[in-house]
Write a protein that binds this ligand. Structure first.
Ligand code: CLF
Ligand code: SF4
Length: 488
C-alpha cells in the first residue's frame, strides 16, 4: 500500500480517539502461524522483543514501521539470484539500488525518520551487501543509533558466513533480531544456488563452498539462539532446485531454535542481470509457494507477511516512503520527538486490547462457517477496513473457517485508481489475483469496479468501513448465514 504514515504534526496524542482518527486519515489477529502469536503464546521476555517488530509479529505489522539503511556494500559470497549492482536479494527486492550511506549519514537519516514517523520501531541493516561481512560499518551505525534512539530495536540480516565471528558483539549491543538466509542444508543443492564464497582469505567453489557456508550458517543460528537472540531464517524458493528440500531446511532450523522461517519467492528477471535471470530460471507461482509453506506446517513457525521490501525502505511493510528521506531532503536541524513515539505505543497497546476482544467475538461467529472462505481486505494499517478499493495496491487475505479468522497472506495488484478513471487492464489483473476470493472488504468502492467484480462472482462490501477486520468478516458471515436460513 502506498498510503502515507502519519506525520507527527498530524497527530494529536491527547486521547486514544484522536489518535485513532488521525490514523484513519493517514496511514495491516490471530492465526495459526507463529509470527502472529500473541502474549498468551510466548514468555513475557520474548513477547517484549517481538510485540513492536513488524516482521517478527504479524500483528505488529498492522501498527509498526521499520526502516533500512544501506551502509554495508561488501559481500563475501555470490548468490545466483544476485547482481551486485543492486541490493542484497536475501532481504529485499532486486532491481533497486539504494543510496549508499556512511554510518554518520545513516544515523542522521534514522533520527530524521524517527522524528517524523511515530510508528518507527525497528532499524534494519540488510546490505546492500552483507551486514555481518561489512561489520565495521554495521557496528558503527548501530552504535550511533542506539546511543541517540535507545527505544528503536536493532535488526540485522546476513548470509551467515561471517556471522559466528560477531555473535558476542551482537549480544553485547542488544541486537535482538538477526536474519540468516539459508537456502539449502544439502551442499549438492546449495552449490546450485551459491557458486562461490570468500572465506579465510580464499575463494572457494562448488561443494566445498556450499558445505562451509551451510556449517557457518547453522553454527551462527545455534550460537545466537543459545544467547537468546531471536533468529529468523529466510529461504529463497527456487522451483526445481530447492522446492522439495525446503521442508528439510525448515526441520533443521527448527531443531536449532529458529524463531521464524520466511520462505520467499525467487524474483527472477533477465533485466536484473543475475545468473538465474539470464539462464531463464523462473520464480514460483503463488500456488507453488503456498504448497511449500503448507508442507512445512508443524515445523518452524512460518512468516507469511513478508513484502520483500527495498533495502532502503521506510514505513509500514508494503509501504515505501524511502524517497521522502533521501540525504538531500533531510532537515539541517533534527529534533527528536520520543514523546510522540511513546504516545503512539500507548495508543497501540489499548487498541490491541480492543481488537483482541473484537477478534474473540468474531471467531465465535466464524465457528459456524461450513466451508473455509477467503476475504480480500483493503487496509492502510491499524487492523481496520480503512482503504478505498481504488487506492489498494495489495490486498490482505484472511481466511475464515470453523477454527476462526486468520491472516493467510497478501496479494499484490497494481493501483486501479488513476485520478478516478478506471483502467480495464489493471482491473483485469485484480480480478485474476482475487479469482478464488468471494469477498472484498473496503472503505469505499465505485459502482463500475463493483459491477466488474460482481461479474466474476466477487462481492465488494463497503458498508463496514473503519471496522476491525475480524469484526467485519464476522458480520459478513452472519449476514450470509441469516440469508441462507431465510431461504431454507
Ligand atoms: Fe528489515 Fe528484515 Fe529486520 Fe524486517 S525486513 S532486516 S527482519 S526490519 Fe521484513 Fe522486509 Fe520481509 Fe525482510 S518484510 S524483506 S522480513
Ligand atoms: Fe547478493 Fe546478498 Fe547473496 Fe551477497 S548475500 S551475493 S549481496 S544476495
Amino acid at each position: 500500500m502506498s498510503a502515507p504514515l502519519i506525520p507527527i504534526a498530524g497527530l494529536s496524542v491527547s486521547s486514544r480517539e484522536e489518535m485513532g482518527a488521525a490514523l484513519q486519515q493517514g496511514g495491516c489477529s490471530k492465526s495459526s502461524c507463529g509470527s502472529s502469536a500473541g502474549p498468551a503464546d510466548m514468555d513475557p521476555a520474548t513477547w517484549a522483543k517481538v510485540k513492536d517488530h513488524p516482521c517478527y509479529s504479524e500483528e505488529a505489522h498492522h501498527y509498526f514501521a521499520r526502516m533500512h539503511v544501506a551502509v554495508a556494500p561488501a559481500c563475501n559470497i555470490q548468490c545466483n539470484y544476485c547482481n551486485r549492482k543492486f541490493d542484497c536479494a536475501n532481504e529485499s527486492r532486486p532491481g533497486v539500488v539504494s543510496e549508499r550511506l556512511t554510518p554518520e549519514q545513516a544515523a542522521r537519516k534514522v533520527l530524521a525518520v524517527a522524528a517524523e514517523v511515530p510508528q518507527l520501531s525497528v532499524l534494519g541493516i540488510a546490505g546492500p551487501g552483507d551486514a555481518a561481512y561489512d561489520w565495521r560499518k554495521t557496528r558503527a551505525t548501530f552504535a550511533q543509533v542506539a546511543e541517540r534512539l535507545p527505544d528503536i530495536k536493532l535488526c540485522l540480516s546476513s548470509n551467515g558466513l561471517a556471522l559466528p565471528d560477531h555473535v558476542e558483539e551482537i549480544v553485547a549491543m542488544n541486537i535482538d533480531h538477526v536474519t540468516i538466509t539459508i537456502n539449502a542444508i544439502d551442499p549438492e543443492i546449495g552449490a546450485q544456488i551459491v557458486p562461490w564464497i570468500f572465506y579465510q582469505g580464499k575463494r572457494r567453489t562448488g561443494i566445498e563452498a556450499a558445505t562451509i557456508l551451510r556449517d557457518r550458517q547453522l553454527q551462527a543460528l545455534e550460537m545466537l539462539t543459545e544467547k537468546g537472540v531471536l533468529v529468523k531464517v529466510n529461504s529463497v524458493l527456487i522451483p526445481g532446485i530447492n522446492d522439495d528440500h525446503l521442508i528439510e531446511v525448515n526441520k533443521a532450523v527448527k531443531a536449532r531454535g529458529a524463531f521464524l522461517h520466511n520462505i520467499m519467492p525467487l524474483i527472477s528477471d533477465p533485466a536484473h542481470g543475475t545468473h538465474f535471470g539470464l539462464t531463464g530460471q523462473r520464480g514460483p507461482t503463488a500456488a507453488e509457494l503456498k504448497k511449500v509453506q503448507d508442507a512445512c506446517a508443524g515445523g518452524a513457525n512460518l512468516m507469511r507477511h513478508c513484502r520483500q521490501c527495498r533495502a532502503d525502505a521506510v514505513g509500514l511493510l508494503g509501504e515505501d516512503r524511502g524517497q521522502e528521506f533521501t540525504l538531500d531532503k533531510l532537515p539541517e536541524v533534527i529534533e527528536d520527538a520520543p514523546e510522540a513515539r511513546d504516545a503512539y505505543r500507548a495508543w497501540v497497546a489499548e487498541e490491541r486490547k480492543d481488537r483482541a476482544a473484537a477478534a474473540e467475538h468474531a471467531d465465535a461467529a466464524a465457528a459456524a462457517t461450513e466451508a473455509p472462505t477467503l476475504f480480500a481486505v483493503c487496509t492502510r494499517g491499524s487492523g481496520r477496513i480503512n482503504l478505498h478499493f481504488g487506492k489498494a495496491t495489495e490486498f490482505q487475505i484472511y481466511e475464515a473457517d470453523a477454527d476462526g479468522i486468520r491472516f493467510v497472506g497478501h496479494r499484490r495488484a497494481d493501483n486501479y485508481c488513476l485520478g478516478g478513471y478506471g483502467d480495464e487492464d489493471r482491473m483485469g489483473e485484480i480480478i485474476r489475483v482475487l479469482a478464488d476470493v468471494p469477498y472484498v472488504l473496503c472503505q469505499k468502492i465505485g459502482e463500475g469496479p463493483r459491477a466488474s467484480l460482481a461479474k466474476y462472482g466477487i462481492e465488494a462490501i463497503d458498508s463496514l468501513g473503519e471496522d476491525y477486520i475480524e469484526t467485519a468478516i464476522a458480520a459478513v458471515l452472519q449476514s450470509r448465514a441469516a440469508r441462507a436460513a431465510k431461504r431454507a
